[in-house]
Structures are given as C-alpha cells and as structure tokens.
Design a protein around this ligand. Structure first.
Ligand code: FAD
Length: 329
C-alpha cells in the first residue's frame, strides 16, 4: 500500500496547479479526475473566449502564448494539456472520487470504480461546473432542454429560449442571434446581472432595441413541453406560452457539497462556504485542503482561475513544511 503525500481531487486548472507545485516540492502525488483533463473547460461553449487575458490563466509559470490577447477554449485545452505533460503530472482520468475517509493520519480515497488511494493529505479542487442549479419545473429533463450551451450552428433557423440573465445567457443569446436563431431571453429580475461583462451588455441591449433579440424581464419559467414553454410575469402573475424548439436553462451552477460534508468538512448551511484557514486552505479536517472555486461555496463568481490558481502555492507550502518537520523527526 503506497501512501502518497497528496491526492488531488479534480483535474481543473486549480487542482493541476497544486499537483505541479507538489512535483516541484518533490512530494508524491496523484490527481484523480472524474472526466477528461480540465473537464469543466472542455464543457464550456465550444467557441468560447476567456474574459481573462492568457497570462492570467497560466499555471506552473509556463507562458501561455496566444495569437490574441484572450485565449479561446480550444487554446486553453491545448495549453493545460502541454503544461501537464511538461511537468509529468501524475494523474488518472475518468476516475471519480466518491469518498474520503481519514483513519489515523492517513486518508483513504475511494473511487466509483472501487479503487482506493492512500495519502497523508488530500486537496479537493472539484469546482462547480458539474452541478447546474435545478429549477425543479416540469419538463426540465426533456431532450430539447439543457443546462449547458454548446454551439450555435445546431440551432440555426429554430426558436430558442434562454432562461437567465448572466454572462452565460448573454453570450449564448448574442452568438445564437448571429447564427439566424430566433432568440428570446426569459429572466426573473428587472435587468441583466450587474456583473455581466461590460463589453457584452451594450451589444445585447442594441440588438434588443432593434427587435432582433427578445427579452422578457420579471418573467419566470413554469413548465417546459415539446415545442413550447409556459411562463408567468412575476409582478402581474399573467401566464403565457412561448414557442421553443430548444431551451437553455443558464441559471448558474453549485459546488458538490456532498463530498465535502461526507469528508467531515463543516459548511455554512445557506452559502455552502466551507470552514478553512484562509492562509493555508486547510479545512477543519487536518490534512484536508480545498483549492479553487470550491472554497467560495455558492458564490462561484468570487473565485476563478485567475485567483484560484494562487491557492496551490499556499497549500503545498503548508504540506511541505509539515513534511519536513516529520522528516526531521
Ligand atoms: C463559460 C465560462 C467562462 C469562464 N471564463 C473564465 C475566465 O475567462 N477566466 C477565469 O479565471 N475563469 C473563467 N471561468 C471560471 C473558471 O472556469 C473556473 O473558475 C475554474 O474552472 C475553476 O477551476 P477549478 O480547478 O477550481 O475547478 P474546475 O475547473 O471546475 O475543475 C474541477 C474538476 O474537478 C472534477 N471533479 C468534480 N468532482 C469530482 C470528483 N468527485 N472526483 C474527481 N474529479 C471531480 C471536474 O470534472 C473538473 O474537471 C469561466 C467559467 C465558465 C463556465
């Protein structure tokens, strides 16, 4: 039974940054990733461009060179793949972690395939993109409904309803409109989210003014049926039907609280913010750390690659300092 220094759960940019830091500090490690490498980025809309400049999403100090200032999804996927290969990061893909249990000073990490990994420390870096906010309305699971926007061509010359008023909804609406899609945005608030990308909202507002994209504010979706949705104005309570060949429910994502709770991490009930030391990112369970967006609970907009990648150095420095104390003894 090999006892590693660190098991990292999640092969996104922040988990990978931890593994790179571990290998620099000569700590034995493995990254267990339930999907492909950087699975969340792979699931982004296919033509997505990052809002961060390329250097702000670099990891391991490897320059990210792009032809434009901001990288595309494809460029980022290639970049992270190359960085991981360069550092010879030890990882296992399509290996979902289902449980983390501490016995004495050693963590036993279980996977869905019934494998077990043992480590003195575990870093959970599972992000949030796997768990869309569920509206709990009839028809949410129909085949023409999705919580992830993928690409525009598939929807050309169809009617698409987008539910949501944040960046994902705005970007999808503009891209679809530019591919001959009849787009209607349904949003429960009076305006788009104030944190929407400042260069996108004027573009969308102009298209709305021209009548090329439709928007219904103060409106909630109540049910989805094949070919149509049922909506209601949340001020007048007037119900209405809208035609919809496809529906995107782009209302955000939530972290996986189950794995954290079952590992013994204390969470604030309403925000799912875990208990952790803000200097070292160690949780209330000794030797169990958090990295990346997962530290922000439901406030997923607070931590992104730009600032989440910085967690790696603090975490691994803390682990390395304990390691050297143990080695000296
Ligand atoms: C459309 C879009 C655009 C964005 N643009 C930017 C941007 O321009 N700049 C920026 O800084 N941020 C951006 N973000 C946010 C950014 O993607 C996240 O902040 C970032 O991915 C967080 O990194 P992470 O490593 O914490 O989590 P993730 O990248 O989500 O990685 C978590 C990984 O853990 C894996 N995982 C989950 N559960 C398990 C499990 N039980 N066992 C094993 N593996 C598991 C997942 O498959 C995933 O690969 C964007 C997000 C979206 C959706």
């Amino acid at each position: 039974m090999e006892i590693l220094d660190i098991v990292v759960v999640g092969g996104g940019p922040c988990g990978l940054a931890c593994a790179i830091e571990a290998s620099r500090q000569k700590l034995t490690h493995i990254v267990l990733e339930k999907g492909s490498l950087t699975e969340s980025i792979r699931k982004y809309p296919k033509r997505m461009k990052f809002f961060s400049t390329a250097e702000n999403i670099e990891i391991g100090g490897i320059p990210f060179s792009t032809s434009n200032v901001k990288a595309t999804r494809d460029e980022a996927l290639q970049y992270y793949r190359k960085v991981v290969a360069y550092y010879k990061v030890n990882f296992r893909l399509f290996t979902e972690v289902t449980g983390i249990a501490k016995q004495g000073d050693v963590f036993e990490v279980h996977t869905r395939g019934d494998e077990r990994f043992f480590a003195k420390n575990v870093v959970i870096a599972t992000g949030y993109f796997d768990f869309p906010r569920i509206l709990g309305i009839p028809g949410e699971n129909l085949p023409h409904v999705s919580h992830y926007y993928d690409e525009p061509f598939k929807y050309s010359f169809t009617k698409v309803v987008i539910v949501g008023g944040g960046n994902s909804a705005i970007e999808a609406a503009l891209e679809l409109y530019r591919h001959d899609v009849d787009v209607t945005i349904v949003h429960k608030f009076e305006d788009f989210t104030p944190t929407a990308k400042y260069w996108l909202t004027p573009d969308l507002r102009n298209r709305i003014r021209e009548g090329k994209v439709k928007v219904l504010f103060h409106t909630e979706i109540k049910a989805i049926e094949p070919g149509k949705i049922l909506i209601e104005n949340n001020q007048t309570h007037e119900p209405r039907e809208l035609p919809a060949d496809f529906v995107f429910l782009l209302v955000g994502y939530l972290p996986d609280a189950k794995l954290l709770k079952e590992s013994g991490i204390e969470l604030t009930p309403d925000t799912l913010v875990p208990t952790y030391d803000s200097q070292t990112f160690e949780t209330n369970v000794k030797g169990l750390y958090l990295a990346g967006t997962i530290v922000a609970g439901i406030h997923t907009e607070k931590i992104f690659i730009e600032n989440g990648r910085e967690h790696a150095k603090a975490i691994v420095a803390d682990i390395a300092s304990k390691h050297s104390v143990t080695a000296e003894k």
